[in-house]
Design a protein around this ligand. Structure first.
Ligand SMILES: *Cc1c(COP(=O)(O)O)cnc(C)c1O
Length: 401
């Protein structure tokens, strides 16, 4: 079949919950993807920040192949060696104490919310605790995760949500204080908002939220699903400021392509929240996905991935700033590390579509923001290539070509 035929078959079989770009991706190599017609694309989206190590990494692929022939799945009624190793390594890089592996980011958020409610429940036995989340946040599509997602458009058709969620504004500590009550049991936020438009939390805001939490024994839940795993130049974005969460959620680049997430907590929370029988998952943390996690964490260390991110970040920022200076239609660059956004004065879907035709994969974050989430192994030459293609898709007068 040719690409158009695949697309037609897909539209006849898959539920239409995405307006997909008109391309069928077939294979990957490093920072490049190829479609079923053999056309090559420079990838600056990495599957929404998932394929941090690039495609076709030999060591990673070999580890997975070997595990396939050994054992794929056991259920959580038993121990398995890859899960032990992956959990140990994840503890080490995150500084957290206890790990629960999940199949996705949203499932990790669900676990985090349950842990926070259980923690509060064990303190006073009541079941009317509240959680504060941020406007413009994104935490996933399941009911709990959706309930704390600060985008009414995503929530409304599916209401009622889980109750007792209040929304405040990121980087506005007074708005958080306004939502605070005696019933608040947790505050959940992304250290860098992703889907909401690439908006980093300010250091002083994070510190003030943390200090509020400490004073009132409220749990701080940080969603590091998109901004974690080295993307900001630190394994987890909070490590830049030392604002340690009580519960942390991670996914996306954690498995670099296999579906795996995790929620982690400090010993303090672990000792007073979820216990045997409270939570579970059939697939979560199976030997296959945990082999990926273990290998990914090894490869990050061997290849000095966070150091590399810190090295190339100024180069990417500079390229994007140059574009911003040159074109009036670009209002702002924002972001941190290899998680950057260019804010346009118009919807960016056309520019992204045109870039795709020119062999560059980009995604948006909200209507007007182009989001840059390249594989973390991206080189300065790749960044130049990206900037050249992107520029060719913007007309000098700011119109879209
Ligand atoms: C992607 C994302 C999620 C949801 O993860 P899924 O694996 O799609 O369920 C949650 N929070 C943030 C910040 C994300 O970027």
């Amino acid at each position: 079949m040719n690409m158009q035929e695949y697309i037609e078959e897909a539209e006849g079989a898959l539920l239409h919950t995405y307006n997909r770009y008109q391309v069928v991706l077939d294979r990957g190599d490093g920072v490049y993807l190829y479609d079923t017609d053999g056309i090559k694309y420079l990838d600056f989206a990495s599957g929404i920040g998932v394929f941090a190590l690039g495609y076709k990494n030999r060591e990673y692929n070999n580890a997975l192949k070997a595990q396939i022939d050994k054992l794929l799945h056991t259920s959580n009624y038993y121990y398995n060696v890859p899960a032990v190793n992956a959990a140990k390594k994840l503890k080490a890089v995150s500084g957290m104490d206890r790990v629960f592996f999940t199949n996705s980011g949203a499932e990790a958020v669900e676990g985090a919310l349950k842990a926070a409610r259980k923690y509060a429940y064990l303190k006073d036995g009541s079941s009317d605790h509240e959680i504060i989340a941020m406007n413009h946040s994104f935490h996933g599509r399941t009911f709990g995760a959706l309930s704390v997602t600060g985008n009414a458009k995503y929530r409304e058709p599916f209401e009622p949500m889980i109750g007792n969620i209040r929304f405040a504004d990121l980087n506005d500590i007074d708005s958080v204080k306004e939502q605070l009550t005696d019933k608040t049991c947790a505050i959940i936020l992304e250290p860098v908002q992703g889907e909401g438009g690439i908006i980093p939390a300010a250091e002083d805001f994070l510190r003030e939220v943390k200090s509020l939490c400490e004073k009132r024994d409220i749990l701080l839940i940080l969603d590091e699903i998109q901004c974690g795993m080295g993307r900001t130049g630190y394994m987890y974005a909070w490590q830049r400021y030392g604002v340690k969460p009580d519960i942390m959620v991670t996914a996306k680049a954690l498995g670099c392509g296999v579906p795996v997430g995790a929620f982690l907590m400090t010993e303090k929370v672990a000792a007073r929240s979820l216990t045997a029988g409270d939570h579970g998952t059939t697939y979560g943390g199976n030997p296959f996905v945990c082999t990926a996690v273990e290998k990914v964490l090894d490869l990050y260390e061997e290849n000095h991935v966070t150091e590399h991110v810190r090295e190339v970040t100024p180069y990417l920022e500079n390229c994007l700033d140059t574009l911003k200076e040159k074109y009036d239609c670009i209002l702002e660059r924002r972001g941190t590390g290899l998680m950057q956004g260019l804010v346009f004065d118009r919807p960016v879907r056309d520019i992204i579509g045109r870039a795709l035709e020119e062999g560059l994969i980009l995604i948006n974050a909200g209507e007007n923001v182009i989001r840059f989430l390249p594989p973390l192994i991206v080189s300065k030459a790749n960044i130049d290539e990206m900037a050249d293609i992107l520029e060719s898709c913007i007309e000098p007068d700011g119109e879209i070509s």
